[in-house]
Write a protein that binds this ligand. Structure first.
Ligand code: GLA
Length: 374
């Protein structure tokens, strides 16, 4: 009798993906090759509730996250591509691990222990997301993991001394774990042999409805303050109160309610593209954000050990990219909640430091917990 679900699955191919396995599993398969012929693998993590996460060894990219809505219907709630070709073309960091430094460093310059360093200026006058060939374009080593009903994949990457202008050999590890409670746990670790700035983040674009824009999603951000930016999206250094501004998400509000407000910070970002200072009283995991999508009931809770979260509303998406299952990614068809240290920290001594030194071990954790409302 045990064979029946599998047989039904074979006969009705579409229903197959909705049938939860009897045990959590992680399956590795081929996902094509890069331009120079390097093989890329795809890992499919499935838990006993049928939630499925796919990640690829190119860029440690999360390619899909399939979660149930309030009726149990699974849909993919992140932006991505069906095949490797989409990822090899220019795209705005869909699902990628961003490094060495997620977000911007002003004018691609910083001074560390008296030495000046120059990085690529690949975003107007500034350095963005690790440079021309950041961690999002690296081929990561990979191994699978299974532990206590959870399944996962461990990606490792060694960035050589001088990579993209950064000092020191940086050994990075990113682990994705899918738990039985529909949580995707992201653990970051890194060590270095010379002092270097590091700010690793996950750049998934969420759309809990699966399609359309994200303006009706309701968002709560546990942040009394945010870091205002200049016209090139570099923080001014101020930690400004959100009270009385379109940046106040301490009570849940529709993402679209104030996105076109007559506000200089909104204009600078073309919408939301700002780092929020997560309220915390000490180190450790704190609840940073909650997202709810009213039509499907899907919810996402984000907890992190990081001090900040970049809330980005996909303002640069313009309908020129067609992604998974033929979905056209128009402006604001996805939103990012990039847990991170603050932008431009190497040039802002009042911000929490992003400098990793030899002998230290960077450890950071973010949990994306999915659920439904009634
Ligand atoms: C981040 C930045 C945005 C944009 C996207 C990628 O979220 O803050 O300004 O660069 O990445 O398009």
């Amino acid at each position: 009798m045990k064979a029946l679900p599998a047989l039904a699955c074979l006969l009705a191919l579409g229903a197959c993906r909705g049938t939860p396995p009897e045990a959590a599993r992680v399956v590795r398969a081929a996902f094509g090759r890069t331009g120079d012929g390097t093989a890329i693998d795809i890992f499919t993590l499935t838990n006993t509730r049928g939630m499925e996460v796919q990640a690829i060894s190119y860029g440690a990219i999360i390619r899909s996250i399939r979660v149930p809505d309030r009726n149990g219907t699974l849909d993919d709630v992140v932006l991505g591509f069906d095949t490797i070709d989409g990822y090899l073309r220019t795209h705005p960091y869909f699902g990628a691990v961003v490094g060495r430094y997620g977000n911007r460093i002003a004018k691609g310059q910083f001074t560390l222990d008296g030495t000046a360093y120059r990085l690529a200026t690949n975003n107007g006058p500034n350095h963005l997301h690790g440079g021309v060939k950041g961690f999002d374009k690296a081929v990561w080593n990979s191994e699978t993991l299974e532990r206590d009903g959870a399944v996962g994949v461990i990606f490792t990457h060694t960035s050589p001394d001088g990579d993209e202008g950064y000092p020191g050999t940086l050994a990075a590890r990113v682990t994705y774990t899918l738990t039985p409670a529909n949580e995707l746990v992201v653990d970051y670790a890194a060590t270095t042999d010379k002092p270097t700035p590091v700010n690793l983040t996950q750049h998934s674009y969420f759309n809990l409805a699966g399609a359309g824009d994200i303006l009706q999603h309701r968002l709560m951000l546990n942040a009394d303050r945010f870091t205002p930016v200049d016209a090139t999206l570099i923080p001014t250094g101020e930690l400004a109160p959100v009270a009385g501004t379109p940046f106040d998400f301490r009570q849940p509000a529709a993402v679209g309610a104030r996105i076109d407000a007559n506000d200089q910070q909104i204009r600078n970002g073309g919408g939301y593209d700002h780092n929020f200072v997560i309220n915390r009283t000490g180190a450790g995991l704190v609840h940073a954000a909650r997202l709810e999508e009213p039509s499907t009931g899907r919810t996402l809770d984000v907890s992190t050990t990081e001090p900040g979260v970049q809330f980005y509303t996909g303002n640069f998406l313009d309908g020129t990219i067609t992604g998974t299952m033929g979905r056209v990614y128009k402006r604001r068809s996805g939103l990012c909640l990039e847990t991170q240290h603050f932008p431009d920290s190497p040039n802002q001594s009042a911000f929490p430091t992003t400098i990793l030194r030899p002998g230290e071990a960077l450890q950071s954790k973010t949990i994306f917990a999915f659920g439904v409302t009634k």
